[in-house]
Design a protein around this ligand. Sequence first.
Ligand code: SF4
Length: 736
Amino acid sequence: MWAGGRALIRERALGAGSLALLRVNRADGFDCPGCAWPEGKDQALDFCENGLKAVAAETTSKRIDTDFFAQHTVAALSAQSDYWLEQQGRLVRPMAYDQVSDRYLPISWERAFERIGSVLRALPHPDQAAFYTSGRTSNEAAFLYQLFARAYGTNNLPDCSNMCHESSGVALNESIGTGKGTVTLEDFQATDCILMFGQNPGTNHPRMLTTLQAARRRGAEIIAINPLREAGLKSFIHPKDAASMVTGRASPIASLYLTPLIGGDMALVKGMCKHLLEAEARQPGSALDHPFISGHTTGFPDFARDIADTSWDAIESGSGIPRNALIEAAERYRNAPSAIACWAMGLTQHKAAVATIQYVVNLLLLRGNIGRPGAGACPVRGHSNVQGDRTMGITEHPGPDFLRRLGKRFAFLPPSAPGADVVETLKAMHAGTIKAFIGLGGNFAAATPDSAFAETALRKCSLTVHISTKLNRSHLVTGREALILPCLGRSEADLRNGARQRITVEDSMSMVHASIGRNAPAGPELLSEPAIVAGMAKAALLESAIPWDRLANDYDLIRDSIAEVVPGFSEFNAKIARPGGFYLGNPAGRREWHNLEGKARFITAPLESVPLRPGELRLMTIRSHDQYNTTIYGLDDRYRGVKNDRKVVFLNAADMRERGLVSGASVDLIGEDALGAVRKAQAFTATPYDIPAGCAAAYFPETNVLVPVDSVADRSNTPTSKFIPVRVVAAGSQGN
Ligand code: SF4
């Protein structure tokens, strides 16, 4: 927690930050703007180090005002690091980009909305605009935003989920008929086994470690599966455990740790399935839940054939894990009466991500581990309301029922043609067919793949608008016209007509609850996200009968509309008046399978390996412990032994020797896509690390430049940021 404390000092937020920390994650407080791990019981000081950093970053007393922009051209700011930009403080007034002086100049809200309205009204077709959403956006702002985009006439609603758990949604919808996790926190308190795929909770969902520690102490198996041996998965000292804090004695987390090759997860899961089927054949009834399989599933025979046809050799070479270790994992899973499978980007950002996640579901189905206590699927979301935004209709593929109810509620005909997701939006902006980009939160230019391509695409726009709390890279990649619209933070009081407004969020486990900010806003000119959306909508839709102001001035009215349009939200205002909110429920969690077959499906796919050229390694992009998505809080990564360096590449020692590289050597990472186009990330520090041979890891956004825009997961179109073929060569050597 010292690191967190330093963040409060660095942000000069000891006052406002400490006040906010007394309220974060409390039933009558505000929701941490960090990840989407659920709150659980209402208790004081229930936040992790990264939650503390997120609150410190938001409650900073540093301000960016007109003077700052007067002193810095966009070109000068572009030369600064993402860390430096983050450190400059809170945005406090709307700014408009002036091409002549290459500076941002102050603009009034009215004038800003007018500019946005006139550009949008002038576009020949609504599909020439894109409305991007980051996962920090509240349910109320998200619902109003999708209403704006659809009333404007487009489904171009790309969101950060396209780049993270889209593969989970596609896979789960096909396998079990719902795109969300099926478990609750209570299931974690009851389970006998937790499988952790491609996730680093110590940095990305730190309070999950409390849950894992409790499960391990209860005797549950925790099987960690990650190419990197992450500190938080090995052991944990709970900050509220004074004895451990003093003695430094950490309690173990993983009971078994497998480090597969990057992209080796499907082979690994097939190996576990193969052992279970072979064990079942040797001792019928000892491994599989036949009543569940026959009563609730379809596709088992094809699946069993696929597994039988997959050799152990292919499994061992594909996963990089020896057979006996796979059998060990499968045995521990078999001996556990109930089990939960968790995963994050380590599974979702691969070419075969959807098929791999469906194999994880197959593994759960073999033992009936869905829809009973202590069992189920748990994609762990990385952004506090990314799941809620999707529930509110932030999707480029809206369902016909949702559109029908929306149209009925607001008396208009929403567009039904599918819109553009993130990668499609990038390509359309680059091609000039999308000309206006509006970003509700987030840092699109830094978060997206193929950074050079993304920046060119944004610069081709006639208008770029970013609704933000702090300065970031995207503000500096301007369209011909560019606007920065500063909004309130989660911790801040949102008074509309003198009435304090509450917002709502939905966590990874479908719990929906209220969030109320009470800190003084960072500036008198700040507006809330709903108010900004309403301002843009009114300016763009001059004839609209939708009562934008009434909705933006009383969020209860937004929730009344949500109650009419979104299933599961009836009596919404009453439900969130209850401390802790309510559980949305999950049909698959009740063993109701809302897919075409009306059954949970065993879905098979061949083991595929991404071709590598000689000398290429499999690179995965990762977060340091001092970052949250593209927000860089600091330059250290203490759990991996890195100090004051963001351009680090973790390499296997033997791979370094083979390339004549010593620890600390300066190297270039060179990627060549399927068309032969070369991308470079230069001057990285070669760092030996416990990672399988042939694999490498480095931080994003610095290595997003290496992810080709066309390199996406099948069917989910998610960028393959976890598997990028690269050559690592001495800096400047061009790698001859
Ligand atoms: S675990 Fe996630 S939501 Fe909870 S305090 Fe930490 S960052 Fe915030």
